[in-house]
Design a protein around this ligand. Structure first.
Ligand SMILES: [Ca+2]
Ligand SMILES: [Ca+2]
Ligand SMILES: [Ca+2]
Ligand SMILES: [Ca+2]
Length: 344
């Protein structure tokens, strides 16, 4: 083993100790994918994290989400620098009509209406009147919205670079449609609608929320260690703080995740075992994690070193997912056997 790979695997071993931390309580994440028609920016999805300290508001919002009620709902009120409001109206071909609403939810104002937070809209003069409509705060609206009408209940925040997309919306011209005075439209005639609003699972380590875990996520995490963040996808070891240990663990994951599914497990080990004792061309990434041109114990150690790190993507229909405990036993048994073979 070269000096470099010794250093590498020492780092991996250190990362394994860190992964012994238990997972923190998972927050609820809702993904909002916008239908942008032909006007597609580089991305179209925003993730918001729901707060647990406004439970009635959270559950009310989730009722609409899980009922599919927000799908097709348009952005209907844009005030640049102030708010972007949605959650109320769909276009029926002739006018904007309000979606059916559940009974109003009790006001739970607790957090400030700061930039990037999401709050419930309500009827003037009635603090407990929020139903389906919500808005994103473009700026620090605390001086106004924390006091008006009992305070507007902040129940979520925009994650990652989601505000970049919402900021882009704020440049759209607005029109009066069906009596609503500030409706943003593309090309003067195209609504911005929410194509899909659904509860989703954040993949820990997918720091840029792209859906795949790769070097870009490690690069972003490295930057974040300087800039600071408390977003859950950055906290790879799920201990509540983001620091070097998370970067070490993410790097270990990238090393051991040979098949690139964002999780280090049995499928990665199988790639190593299938190619065991084979010489491979220099730089061939297949199984030869250590890059020494040979698939052997160092590559297996990389997989074991990050074992069970990452989050497994949802299994495709019919695919069997082995129990983690069983995987661990198989893996360790295989290691003992292979070490013996290697030494002889
Ligand atoms: Ca990613
Ligand atoms: Ca951490
Ligand atoms: Ca994998
Ligand atoms: Ca190797």
């Amino acid at each position: 083993m070269s000096w470099m790979s010794k250093r590498l695997f020492a780092a991996v071993a250190a990362a394994v100790l860190v992964s012994a931390y238990g997972p923190a309580s998972a927050s609820t994440i809702v993904k909002i994918r916008y239908d942008l028609g032909l006007n597609s920016p580089p991305f179209d999805t925003v993730h918001i994290e729901l707060f647990d300290d406004t439970p009635a508001t959270r559950d009310n919002f989730l009722n609409y989400v899980n009922g599919g009620d927000y799908n097709g709902v348009v952005l209907h009120r844009l005030i640049p620098g102030f708010v972007l409001q949605s959650g109320g109206f769909t276009w029926n071909g002739a006018s904007l009509v309000h979606i059916p609403t559940d009974p109003p939810v009790v006001n739970e104002f607790a957090r400030s209406n700061l930039r990037g937070t999401v709050a419930m809209a309500k009827v003037g003069g009635d603090p407990n009147s929020a139903t389906s409509e919500f808005f994103v705060n473009y700026g620090d609206n605390s001086a106004n919205l924390d006091n008006q009408n009992g305070g507007f209940t902040v129940f979520a925040r925009v994650l990652g670079n989601g505000m970049a997309l919402l900021d882009a919306f704020s440049t759209l011209p607005t029109f009066t449609v069906s009596g609503l005075t500030d409706v943003p439209l593309f090309n003067g005639n195209q609504f911005v609608s929410m194509a899909d609003v659904s509860v989703t699972q954040l993949r820990i380590g997918d720091t840029d929320l792209s859906g795949v875990i790769d070097q870009a996520d490690a690069d972003l995490l490295a930057t974040t260690l300087i800039g600071g963040t408390d977003e859950p996808q950055f906290d790879v070891d799920e201990n509540g703080t983001v620091n070097q240990a998370d970067l070490d663990l993410l790097n270990a994951l990238l090393l051991g995740d040979i098949d690139g599914d964002g999780f280090v497990g049995i499928t990665d080990m199988n790639v190593v075992l299938t190619n065991w004792n084979q010489s491979v061309p220099p730089g061939d990434p297949l199984a030869d994690v250590s890059g020494d041109g040979f698939v052997g114990i160092d590559d297996l150690n990389a997989v074991l070193g990050a074992w069970n790190v990452g989050s497994q993507p949802p299994p495709s229909a019919g695919a069997a997912v082995p129990e983690p405990a069983t995987i661990g036993l198989l893996g360790l048994g295989g290691l003992t056997l292979l070490r013996r073979r290697h030494a002889s």
